[in-house]
Write a protein of this length. Structure first.
Length: 522
């Protein structure tokens, strides 16, 4: 099983034997003298039956590794993953620059720590740990940019539980010689959060500067991004196959993958080709969630040839959390920036939508306050973001229509609260509350009769009260019918699926009910 990267020149090339993971044959990286192979990630699609010219087909589990392959991803953009960093061989950097010197990836998890794969910094045969002076950390998305800055490393600490032959606990922490305070960090996923994030089928992203050529060695200056799906544990240590979008992947048995410390993931393109990590960025991040809810859930580790019948294998971050915390690389912090809020007046209420700031802080709860500036009375509401999400909504109720309130909000956690937002003015008004669809009856000839509950006018006469049906994800084919005595008849409907809802309006605004799916039959 090949690990996924290219080692610094000071580390000798090694090969596993027998049934344990095997590293790939040494390769010359970008035409430089870096030839020993340890870690990598490449993101370009490859049909599994095709090997690069003159190279072998994917090796069987536990056999010597096939030559490098690649997988298709999208080109990253500046600021997309600011915490993604390249590991650079210091001597090569001094002679040839960052593009030639990059050999692995990593993740900035605090201003002074980078999390990477242990096999990026540990010699396989001897177990010797790379000297900190041999590694630099780059900051920037483009390895050829003159604006790429580098920071020295003061300590290299692989997990004491790392097993070189099996790749179990494949994680290490690099301590920076100076703090980097102007780059956002990514929180490692804690054991307490694991159940919410590590659900089979969860959408993940992986990124790095790996090989992107199917018939040679071609490395991008700007990192690539691959969209992956988390496989079930039964595929990653249980030996069961898994089908993703019609593409079958084989499973790793318990003798190959350790489900306690490893995750398996892969992706597919619309054309049915496989998306996988490969040579170029071992140690790079696997990310779940977005915004303030984003977490480091995996570390690029190894695979049974790239884009093969098998998924890629990644270090399971929650299993390494104690080690990361001991090294100061998994320090949770409170939100430090106020969330963004949007307010929507309703009848006797104000709806408040929150979006947490992407400051790396943990958000457990949002809170909003509506203050009556005349009476000084404050009314609150609270919202909890779903796991993996950075947004939530709550309604401040019991307010007086026509009164102008000042609405503020903040985010909080057991560690502390964010600053309070600037006040936003909002005045509750008697907008209507739309009724609900209770029944849709097919009458034939493209006619459908809807039975609905009554809409509430909230003291202002309704100017519209109707059932609206439209084709999903389309603004064409809209049908509507007025509601009379709780019934609406819609005609001219095609024998297709519609999204239907009740829509009510008065002089103060419009409200729509929850949508229902109606499949029209002739």
């Amino acid at each position: 099983r090949p690990a996924r990267g290219i080692s610094p020149g000071n580390i000798d090339p090694m090969v596993h034997g027998g049934g344990s993971p095997t590293y790939r044959d040494p390769v010359t990286r970008r035409g430089s003298a870096l030839t020993s192979l340890l870690c990598a990630l490449a993101l370009t699609a490859l049909t599994v039956s095709i090997a690069p010219s003159g190279q072998a087909q994917p090796a069987a589990v536990g056999s010597p590794a096939a030559a490098p392959r690649v997988i298709n991803g999208d080109t990253g953009v500046a600021g997309q993953f600011p915490y993604l960093v390249p590991l650079l061989d210091a001597r090569t950097y001094a002679k040839e620059g960052a593009f030639q010197a990059q050999f692995c990836g990593g993740t900035l998890t605090t201003p002074t720590t980078v999390v990477t794969a242990a096999h990026c910094v540990v010699a396989e045969e001897s177990g010797e740990v790379t000297d900190p002076s041999d590694i630099l950390i780059g900051f920037g998305h483009d390895l050829k940019s003159p604006g790429l800055r580098v920071v020295a490393v003061s300590a290299v600490t692989p997990s004491p539980a790392y097993q070189r032959r099996s790749a179990i606990n494949d994680v290490a922490v690099l301590t920076l010689a100076e703090p980097v305070t102007d780059v956002p960090t990514l929180l490692p996923l804690s054991p307490e959060e694991a159940a919410a994030y590590l659900t089979p089928g969860a959408v993940l992203q992986v990124a790095g500067w790996g090989n992107v050529s199917t018939d040679g060695r071609q490395f991008p200056a700007i990192f690539k991004v691959g969209n992956l799906v988390l496989f079930p544990d039964s595929t990653c240590g249980g030996g069961e196959s898994f089908v993703l979008n019609g593409v079958k992947f084989l499973g790793f048995g318990p003798g190959d993958a350790d489900v306690a410390s490893m995750l398996c993931a892969a992706g597919t393109t619309a054309a049915g080709k496989r998306v996988d990590s490969c040579q170029g960025d071992s140690g790079g991040p696997v990310i779940a969630g977005t915004g303030a809810a984003a977490r480091l859930i995996g570390i690029v580790s190894w695979g049974e040839a790239c884009a093969s019948d098998y998924p890629g294998v990644y270090t399971r971050v929650p299993a390494e959390y104690s080690f990361l915390a001991e090294q100061g690389a998994a320090t949770a912090k409170p939100p430090t920036v106020a969330p963004a809020i949007t307010v929507t007046p309703a009848s006797g209420a104000i709806d408040v939508s929150f979006t947490a700031a992407a400051d790396g802080g943990v958000v457990a709860t949002f809170a909003a306050t509506a203050l009556d500036p005349v009476t000084g009375v404050a009314t609150n509401c609270f919202a909890t973001p779903a796991p993996g999400k950075s947004t939530a909504t709550c309604s401040i109720v019991g307010l007086a229509n026509g009164t102008a309130y000042q609405v503020t909000g903040f985010s909080g956690s057991p560690l502390g609260n964010s600053p309070v937002t600037a006040a936003v003015a909002a005045t509750p008004v008697p907008v209507p509350v739309a009724g609900d669809i209770r029944r849709a009856k097919m009458l034939g000839g493209g006619k459908v009769r809807f039975t609905v509950t009554a809409s509430q006018d909230n003291g202002a006469a309704l100017t519209a009260n109707r059932v609206v049906c439209q084709v999903p994800r389309s603004d064409r084919g809209v049908k509507a019918g007025a509601i009379t005595d709780g019934v609406a008849n819609l005609t001219g409907m095609r024998a297709i699926k519609y999204v239907c809802f009740v829509q009510a309006a008065n002089e103060f605004g419009t409200d729509s009910s929850d949508a229902v799916i109606v499949k029209v039959r002739r």
